[in-house]
Design a protein around this ligand. Structure first.
Ligand code: BGC
Length: 390
């Protein structure tokens, strides 16, 4: 093998796959804060979504046909604990079947225990502002982990800072608050909730790996702001603080990365690269940069989300391939990256944007019985997964 070929190959056993989350794909979820907000007309309805709750076997067949070896999904808290302290064993059985279906196809399950949506009873009683929130969250997490113990990777939560930012600062997501002070309080409460959940899970399932999946942004400052090192400050605020708060309670780091933010003298600078349908800059260099920042933590890293809204599938293959070059560079620089999961396996419910954004490797025809159609880019990604190299 030539030196160039060697550089393009990922470590042996590197995991390849895609991600989803319960509310975005399952359908039929009515007992959480998002479903309530939709009934009130404050966010779009999720309705049947991709009906993944009933079609997960078919979807995992597709993932297997694409040579995926890992899949990240989330457990819907409101299904498992529909009322405070009351657990629904039938729903746990459903997620056990999900894990089994993945294992049967040789796909490693990565479970997220909480991906943005809160059970109605928890949201109504104050959510993570409740003084006993960490105890409640830890009890739920341990309950699920103990029963899904055949899965070995658990993220307690997805993107805590994004959830707080949208729910408590910009106020565009439930609980629709715009109180900056709450923002800081909540960040502390979530870190504490994770740390308690970590301990509770480990008590019942010492063999599993537990972490947080966090959204990391790459900040770039220009002009005077660079001189003032505003990028470092923003990074510390958005990325570093939370990592530090949970540093003793993580077996791995899950990272979601989508874009960089350029801070210019006049504010946030416009994108300098092509853009996704969402308007997000498609700069393939930044995934590698985001990973490099995690070197300091010396734990294994999994890319749990990375992707783009691209209905016409114009940019996806290119964006994946070019971004993966950055992953390889980060590995070469000593970051222990062990897997990449693309967002998303399926087109799905994109929160405040409803069904307008198409993030899937697989297109979902919502008007035609939710038919699945594998996109061309998924086939290019399949070649990479199969070869374990670029
Ligand atoms: C979230 C996903 C979301 C994706 C694209 C991430 O912030 O975890 O739920 O669909 O970004 O916006």
């Amino acid at each position: 093998m030539s030196a160039t070929e060697e550089r393009q190959t990922f470590p042996k056993g590197f995991l390849w796959g895609a991600s989803t989350s319960s509310y975005q794909v399952e359908g039929g979820i009515t007992n959480n804060d998002w479903a309530k907000a939709a009934r009130e007309g404050r966010v779009p309805e999720a309705g049947l979504a991709c009906d993944h709750y009933n079609r997960f076997e078919e979807d995992f067949d597709i993932a297997k046909s694409l040579n995926h070896t890992a899949h990240r999904f989330s457990v819907e808290w409101s299904r498992v604990e529909p009322e405070e302290g009351v657990f629904n064993e039938k729903e746990v059985e459903h997620y056990r079947a999900v894990v089994k279906a993945l294992r049967a196809r040789g796909i490693e399950p990565f479970v997220t225990l909480w991906h943005f949506t809160l059970p109605q009873w928890f949201a109504d009683s104050g959510g993570f502002s409740r003084p006993d929130a960490s105890k409640i969250f830890a009890r739920y997490c341990a309950y699920v982990a103990e029963r899904l113990g055949d899965a070995t990777f658990f993220s307690t939560m997805n993107e805590p800072m994004v959830w707080i930012g949208n729910g408590y600062a910009s106020g565009i997501w439930p609980p629709f608050q715009k109180k900056v002070l709450n923002f800081f309080r909540l960040a502390g409460a979530l870190a504490q909730a994770h740390n308690c959940a970590y301990t509770a899970i480990k008590r019942v399932c010492p063999h599993v790996h537990v972490g947080v999946t966090k959204n990391n942004i790459v900040f770039e400052a220009r002009g005077w702001l660079k001189f003032l090192r505003l990028d470092r400050l923003a990074e510390r605020f958005w990325d570093g603080r939370f990592h530090q708060a949970i540093i003793k309670y993580q077996d791995f780091i899950g990272i979601n990365h989508y874009f960089r933010v350029i801070l210019g003298n006049g504010g946030v600078v416009k994108a300098e690269c092509p853009r996704s349908d969402f308007g997000w800059e498609l700069n393939p260099r930044t995934l590698g940069d985001a990973l490099l920042e995690l070197k300091q933590y010396s734990v294994p890293v999994y890319v749990m989300e990375h992707g783009l809204a691209d209905a016409s599938d114009t940019h996806r293959a290119w964006f994946i391939e070019e971004s993966l070059k950055g992953v390889l560079q980060a590995i070469k620089a000593g970051v222990d990256v062990r897997g990449y999961m693309h967002w998303s396996l399926l087109d799905n419910y994109e929160w405040a944007e409803g069904y307008t954004m198409r993030f899937g490797l697989v297109e979902v025809d919502y008007k035609n019985n939710n038919q699945r159609r594998v996109r061309q880019s998924a086939l290019r990604y399949k070649e990479i997964c199969t070869a374990n190299s670029l």
